[in-house]
Write a protein that binds this ligand. Structure first.
Ligand SMILES: [Zn+2]
Length: 394
């Protein structure tokens, strides 16, 4: 059985040891070690990364109390040098201990128990047994946790027998046989836990609650500790600094500037809409003046489909004929009439668009289509025009 250094000396990141067994199983190369500080997956904490004689570890798992290391190459020597990926381990220990502290404070301040813990690569969460939690309470919880971090409380880990357990005020007694590993944050919390932890609360560095959301009747709290919290702060601060530069505004006034900009933009959009609508009326009148009898077909080089829809709508108010307007800018067209023309726009597109590699649809009075190439669009318009002219001459 391996000696598990992660229980006794979690801060050893490099050590020499002997391989006790190596074999291949289901295309996986597996070794066991005399002494291992590679934490296997368990207790909500992911396994460690690292190397054995420079060979990368793919996975570490525990079975029947033994730790198995999966490698992508078998080590040649029986005595090997092992290295744990330090930052990943420190991040896990900081978050695991941070979670104990956070859960303990939720109990202490508001009597809210924790029901689950997730430690992922990006996201770390606890689920609290309460349907809702206010911002004020979250703020108080975060503050108290960080006070405990600055007080630099000692953390002890030890194994306790079933008899000894009765004297330990555990929040949750695990249902397992044999000795139970206790993680004690002096004067604050006793938890049964097999993960890796820091030895003083100060090593957590800090704990930042990011958000809380409702999740299946509970409250899921997202948080970051130590190295990850600092990285998060750095990234967010950089974004905020860029924003303040863009707005030439100090941080405390930038939000006000964004709100003002938002309302200004809404006003501008409204004005633009009105102008486009007025313009559409003018263009519609010009088209009507110069149009002959029969279908109205017009193409526009520099108008969006939105502007063209407005013009088409204005035209349909003033004439009973079919109107086809084309946006060459977007390779789109709109077909419309006021219902007094016996032509089903949607059905026409449905029956003939495919031949011209177009897509679209609509109802009897109004339809819209888009084409990959202007060439196809022009051919489709010509095809439609010839058909309608044929109809009118018959
Ligand atoms: Zn733990």
């Amino acid at each position: 059985m391996s000696i598990k250094l992660y229980y006794t000396s979690p801060n050893i990141f490099e050590w020499k040891t002997k391989i006790t067994n190596k074999y291949e199983e289901k295309n996986r190369l597996i070794v066991t070690l005399e002494q291992t500080n590679f934490y296997p997956e368990g207790g909500g904490q992911p396994f460690d990364f690292g190397t054995i004689d420079g060979i990368n570890i793919i996975e570490v798992f525990e079975k029947n109390n033994e730790v198995f290391h999966v490698l992508n190459e078998m080590p040649q020597q029986s005595e090997v040098t092992c290295k744990v990926e330090k930052n990943r381990r420190i991040e896990h220990s900081q978050h695991h201990t941070g979670q104990h502290l956070l859960s303990a404070v939720c109990l202490e301040l508001f009597n809210i128990p924790t029901v689950s813990f997730h430690l992922g690569r990006e996201v770390v969460t606890i689920d609290l047994d309460i349907p809702d939690l206010s911002e004020e309470k979250l703020f108080l919880i975060e503050n108290r946790v960080n006070e405990y971090i600055y007080e630099n409380k000692n953390i002890h880990t030890y194994f306790a027998t079933k008899q000894q357990l009765s004297k330990i005020p555990l929040t949750k007694v695990p249902d397992i046989s044999g000795d139970i590993r206790i993680v004690e944050i002096e004067g604050i919390d006793y938890s049964a836990c097999c993960g890796t932890h820091v030895s003083q609360t100060g090593e957590i560095g800090l704990l930042k609650i990011l958000k809380a959301e409702k999740h299946r009747g509970k409250t899921r709290v997202y948080f970051k500790c130590g190295l990850r919290a600092i990285k998060d702060y750095h990234e967010k601060h950089q974004i905020l600094t860029e924003i303040t530069k863009k707005f030439s505004s100090p941080i405390d006034l930038v939000l006000q500037k964004i709100i003002k900009l938002e309302s200004d933009q809404k006003l501008t959009e409204k004005k633009l809409e009105n102008a486009l609508s007025e313009n559409a009326k003018l263009i519609a009148s010009e088209i009507l003046l110069s149009s002959k009898k029969g279908v109205i077909i017009e193409s526009f080089e520099e108008k969006s489909i939105k502007e063209i829809q407005l013009i088409a709508l204005e035209l349909s108010k003033k004439t009973n004929t079919l109107i086809i307007l084309v946006s060459l800018q977007e390779n789109k067209l709109v077909m419309i009439h006021n219902g007094l023309t016996d032509f089903h726009c949607g059905k026409w597109l449905n029956d003939h668009l495919k031949k011209f590699h177009g897509k679209g649809g609509g109802d009897a009075n109004k339809a819209q289509a888009i084409f990959n190439h202007a060439d196809d669009l022009n051919k489709f318009v010509k095809y439609t025009e010839e058909y309608i002219n044929g109809l009118t001459t018959v």
